[in-house]
Design a protein around this ligand. Structure first.
Ligand SMILES: [Zn+2]
Length: 207
């Protein structure tokens, strides 16, 4: 994974969020964790001009870098759009759901909008040749078929990545900025996902 690809992905996001990235060097501090467990450490913490990240498994270095990309986008780009998102979120009635209660509507929708690009979204396919749409489609199909307990957040994230993919692609290719249309579709898809998965899951648990 080259620094140039990361840079290009960030520049796409910078156009989408209509915010310039500050001219600065970001230091990334990687800490090896003695724990044997695999998986990603608890996200990246952005300090003044640096990011610290706990690494548990060196094989997953690409995944860590994608999370860093996501965190940089949060800190420098995505925050710019919170008010815009909030204005449109207020117009919708959301089904009652724990995830919404925990995270708050605006925060959840902002998170999902960014997630439609990184760390598992369209930009990953564009720059890192990961067939993300195929992968998320498979995940949704398996979840639907077997009704195994999918973690709510991972299901929601994958559902959004899959359904927003064509839109995310169109916006990046045409250098379009985050607008009412994108936010509305993200909200409507989220509501659809909650109804589709969480309610049917509860239903299946009852019978
Ligand atoms: Zn995030």
């Amino acid at each position: 994974m080259s620094a140039k690809k990361i840079q290009s992905a960030l520049s796409d996001l910078s156009i989408f969020y209509d915010k310039n990235l500050p001219e600065m060097t970001i230091n990334i501090y990687l800490f090896a964790s003695p724990k044997e467990s695999s998986g990603i450490g608890e996200g990246a913490i952005l300090k003044e001009k640096g990011i610290t990240l706990e690494i548990r498994n060196l094989k997953d270095i690409r995944d860590y870098l994608l999370i860093i990309l996501h965190e940089i986008a949060h800190s420098f780009l995505e925050k710019n759009s919170v008010e815009k998102v909030e204005k449109i979120v207020k117009k919708y009635k959301f089904p009652s759901n724990n995830l919404i209660k925990e995270r708050g509507k605006t925060n959840l929708i902002s998170e999902l909008i960014l997630s439609s690009f990184v760390p598992n979204g369209y930009l990953i396919e564009k720059y890192f040749n990961i067939p993300i749409r195929k992968m998320t489609k498979k995940y949704i199909q398996i979840t639907q078929k077997k009704l195994f307990f999918a973690k709510k957040w991972s299901f929601l994230e994958k559902y959004i990545v899959f359904h927003l993919y064509p839109l995310a692609k169109k916006y990046i290719e045409n250098k379009k900025k985050l607008d009412e249309n994108y936010i509305k579709i993200a909200i409507e898809t989220t509501i659809q996902a909650i109804k589709f998965r969480f309610e049917t899951h509860i239903f299946s648990a009852i019978i």
